[in-house]
Design a protein around this ligand. Sequence first.
Ligand code: NAD
Length: 412
Amino acid sequence: MDVFENIEKRIKKVSKFMELSEEEKDYLLKPKFIHQSKLKINNKEFLAWRIIHNNSLGPGKGGIRFHENVSKDEIMSLSFWMSLKNSLVGLPYGGAKGGIKVNTQNFSKKELEELSREYIKAFHKFLGKNKDIPAPDVNTNSQIMSWMLDEFEKIKGHHEPAMITGKPLDMGGCFIREEATAAGGKIILEQFLNKINKKPEEIKIAVQGFGNVGMNIAKLLHINNYNVVAVSDVRGGIFFREGLDIKKVINHSNKTGSVINFENSKNISNDELLSLDIDVLIPAAIENQITEKNVKDIKAKYILELANGPITFNAEETLLKNGVIVIPDILANSGGVIASYCEWSNNRSGQIYFKEEMEKVLRNKIINAFHRVYEFYQEKKNENSEFDMRTAAYIIAIKRILNVTKIRGGFS
Ligand code: NAD
């Protein structure tokens, strides 16, 4: 199923609770700008996109993904979620996303650099600190952001560090960016567990994906006394009922390139990880991981979505019927873009905020968003059991976007 089809179904569900007009639905479902190009390196061509879903709240903001399954449909979906996420947490941004359909696994460093620079050559006209501000996503990192910034500044002939976030510290990056998505996810989980009167020691967790987000959330939870019993990457997973020593797993993964074959643990498949008998499941890999096919096997009581769109619409409806509480992506993984906001605002103002100040911004913004969503969800779910936490988050986010669009003079 196309990822965007899930979004259409979700907008349909949300409109039952907030009475969206056809014009408003259309406006929310149609991206404002779709830019597509073919990037050429070593006589090979790669399709690439930069899509701005909406820019009524401010310049576009969202990561760039390098992955062999990247498609226009996927980037459209990711840009839609960025619009909602930025709106929900009160940032002055619209939503955007970019990507290249490529498998860079066997690329040399030089080829990776060339590809990153080609991306900017193709899309620089549409980017800038007041237009659209990219950041890292799956398979992209601070080195790639540095090449992209360098290429952009060469073309424009001036410095503009605020045109991209997720840079290394020495290039104007942010102290907390690397861990921010996971740090935000941990704060949300803590707030949620407080609400349901549970303590970290009582909670068994499995994390799917062991990249920037998955590895950092596993590490933070392990340090804070949660019991992380399983983790996985694209090659498979590992399970140890008494709890994995995540620091050792990180060393093992850095050495061998995967979490699998870790000492004193059992190798499991990604499907097995999703169906473990645990309290909290944290998808932190890619979208469409929990589908109609495997939803019947899910035993977790709570799902913290750190990946974007890991659950299909139909699968989520089944989870809700089974009493599973899903903490939605646009809330749970918003820590990354909040840290990006700190970086962007530092770069623009020339001020240098310190780590503690940035952590405070992240904490305040994400806790505030959590409480607004959770309280709205509590209030409405008593009236209608179909009302879930995602619907609450979507309604808050959509209201702000539509309100600003109307203040600006309506739809165009
Ligand atoms: P990453 O490239 O650093 O890591 C991705 C991880 O997922 C890797 O361990 C990879 O092996 C694993 N993976 C890939 N395909 C898989 C599969 N089919 N099954 C199991 N594991 C698989 O990416 P990331 O930056 O950690 O992003 C992960 C997710 O979090 C994405 O959905 C991304 O959009 C979302 N996200 C990331 C950020 C951020 O700050 N990086 C912010 C918000 C949301």
